[in-house]
Design a protein around this ligand. Structure first.
Ligand code: SF4
Ligand code: SF4
Length: 92
C-alpha cells in the first residue's frame, strides 16, 4: 500500500516541458503521463518524493524536495549494508 503525502512538494511547470517523456518513464508510481506533447500530473497524490523525475527532466520543469529519497531504497541499503541505495524499480 502506498503512502499518501499530506503536503507533497512536487511542482511541475508545464510551460517548460518539451514532452520528452522521461518523467513518466522513470516515475515508479505513474504520477506523470504524456498527453498532447507535454507531461501531465495524473496521480500527484501518489508521489513519494523520490526525485527521479526532477533528476531526469532535461529542462528543469520539475522540482521536488526529495528529502531522504526513496524510503524503500533506504531500507534495502540498510539491510544490505550498502552505501548506494536503490529499490531496483528505476526511481533511484
Ligand atoms: S518524485 Fe518520484 S514518485 Fe514523485 S513524481 Fe517524481 S519520479 Fe514520481
Ligand atoms: S521530463 Fe521534463 S521535459 Fe520531459 S516530459 Fe517530463 S516534464 Fe516534460
Amino acid at each position: 500500500m502506498r503512502s499518501k503525502y499530506l503536503e507533497p512538494t512536487l511542482k511541475y511547470d508545464a510551460e517548460l516541458c518539451t514532452g520528452c517523456g522521461m518523467c513518466s518513464t522513470v516515475c515508479p508510481h505513474g504520477v506523470f503521463a504524456q498527453n498532447d506533447g507535454t507531461a501531465q500530473l495524473v496521480r500527484p497524490a501518489d508521489c513519494m518524493e523520490c526525485g527521479a523525475c526532477a533528476l531526469n527532466c532535461p529542462v528543469s520543469a520539475i522540482t521536488v524536495d526529495s528529502g531522504t529519497g526513496c524510503a524503500t531504497a533506504q531500507m534495502i541499503a540498510a539491510l544490505r549494508r550498502t552505501k548506494e541505495p536503490t529499490c531496483d524499480c528505476g526511481c533511484c
